[in-house]
Ligand binder design. Structure first.
Ligand SMILES: Cc1ncc(C[n+]2csc(CCOP(=O)(O)OP(=O)(O)O)c2C)c(N)n1
Ligand code: SF4
Length: 303
C-alpha cells in the first residue's frame, strides 16, 4: 500500500504537548502539506505551549503568537504585510483552539472571512478550554463533563455548528478533518493552499487530559468519531456544495466512541440513546446536502 503523505518534516521532535495529544499531529500534517513558505499564527491555547519557548521551538517555519481574540485579524494583517513586501505566495495559517475560535475569536474570524481575506484558519477542536484546566466551550458536546459542567450538571447545550457558520459566510472552502485520516487532512490542506480567499478547517483533536482517555487511543478515538458519524469528514465549497470525503465502512454505535472517554462515564442508557438520535439526524441531514450537491450516496451497513 502506498501513502500520499509528504516526507518533509517541519515539526521537529521535542514539542511539549501531553502524550497522545491530537493537536501537534494536526499541525504536523498541515505543515507537511503547506511546506516551508508558510507563516503560522498561534492564538492563545495549548498550542502556545506546544511550540516550545523561543529559541527551542519545534516548528521550523516563522511563528507568531497572538492574543486569544485575534486569529482572524492578525492573519489578515500578516497576509497584507507579506503582500506589501512582495511575498505574494506565502501561505498564512492560523492555528487556534475551539475556545479561541467558536467563542472568543469568532468576531475577528467572521469579519475577516466576510472580507474573504486570503488565509487558512485551522481550528484544532479538543472540545473545551484545555490549556486553562478543562472549562466547557461552545464546542463541548452535550452531556460531557468539564470542570465548569461537573457530573451533577453536565453540558446541557449541543455543540455549536461552526462549519455551518463558516459555510454561511459563503467562503470558498470549509472542511472537517481529523488525525486518524492524515491523507484526507493533507489533501484538504493542499486544496486550501491552492484556493485564494478564506479557508476554514475544523480538525477534531483528542485531548487525553480533558477527555479522560488513554493517550494511546487518540487515533482510535478520532477514527471512531468518524465511523460513528459523530464527526463526519466533509467539505463545503462556496457555502453550497457539500462533499462527504470519508464514508464510514459501517456505522458504529456512538456508545463505542463515548465509552472510551471518562468525560462521558456518567451517561445513562437514555442519555446514550438521545445522543445517538441526534447523531443519526445530523448525519442524515448531511447526506441529504451531499446528495443535493450531486454526490453518489453509498449504502452503509450498521456495525
Ligand atoms: C482574553 C483572554 N482570556 C483568557 C485567557 C487565558 N487563556 C489562555 S489559553 C486559554 C484556553 C484556550 O482554550 P482553547 O481555545 O479551546 O484552546 P486549548 O487550550 O483547548 O488548546 C485561556 C482561557 C487569555 N489568554 N486571554
Ligand atoms: S491539555 Fe490536551 S490539548 Fe492541551 S496539550 Fe495536553 S492533551 Fe493536548
Amino acid at each position: 500500500m502506498s501513502y500520499d503523505v509528504p516526507e518533509q518534516e517541519l515539526m521537529t521532535p521535542g514539542h511539549v504537548a501531553c502524550p497522545g495529544c491530537g493537536a501537534p499531529m494536526a499541525v504536523r500534517y498541515a505543515l507537511k502539506a503547506l511546506g516551508e513558505n508558510t507563516v503560522v499564527i498561534i492564538v492563545a491555547s495549548c498550542w502556545s505551549i506546544i511550540a516550545g519557548p523561543f529559541p527551542y521551538t519545534a516548528v521550523q517555519v516563522p511563528l507568531l503568537h497572538t492574543l486569544f481574540a485575534t486569529g482572524g485579524s492578525v492573519a489578515s494583517g500578516v497576509k497584507a504585510g507579506l503582500e506589501a513586501c512582495g511575498y505574494k505566495d506565502t501561505t498564512v495559517l492560523t492555528v487556534a483552539g475551539d475556545g479561541g475560535t467558536f467563542d472568543i475569536g469568532i468576531q475577528a474570524l467572521s469579519a475577516a472571512v466576510e472580507r474573504n481575506e486570503d488565509f487558512i484558519y485551522m481550528c484544532y477542536d479538543n472540545e473545551a478550554y484545555m490549556n486553562t484546566g478543562i472549562q466547557r466551550s461552545s464546542a463541548t458536546p452535550w452531556g460531557a463533563w468539564t470542570t465548569t459542567t461537573p457530573v451533577k450538571h453536565p453540558k446541557e447545550q449541543p455543540k455549536k455548528d461552526m462549519v455551518a457558520i463558516m459555510a454561511a459566510h459563503r467562503i470558498p472552502y470549509t472542511a472537517t478533518a481529523t488525525v486518524a485520516y492524515p491523507e484526507d487532512l493533507i489533501r484538504k490542506v493542499k486544496k486550501a493552499k491552492d484556493i485564494r480567499g478564506s479557508k476554514f478547517l475544523h480538525v477534531l483533536s483528542p485531548c487525553p487530559s480533558g477527555w479522560k482517555s488513554e493517550p494511546a487511543q487518540s487515533v482510535l478515538l478520532s477514527r471512531l468519531a468518524v465511523q460513528s458519524c459523530v464527526f463526519p469528514l466533509y467539505e463545503v465549497e462556496h457555502g453550497g456544495k457539500y462533499t462527504i470525503t470519508v464514508w464510514p465502512r459501517e456505522k458504529v454505535p456512538v456508545e463505542r466512541y463515548l465509552r472510551l472517554q471518562g468525560r462521558f462515564a456518567h451517561l445513562k442508557p437514555e442519555d446514550l440513546r438521545y445522543i445517538q438520535e441526534n447523531v443519526d439526524r445530523e448525519w442524515e441531514r448531511l447526506v441529504e446536502k451531499a446528495k443535493a450537491s450531486g454526490q453518489e450516496i453509498p449504502i452503509i451497513p450498521s456495525a
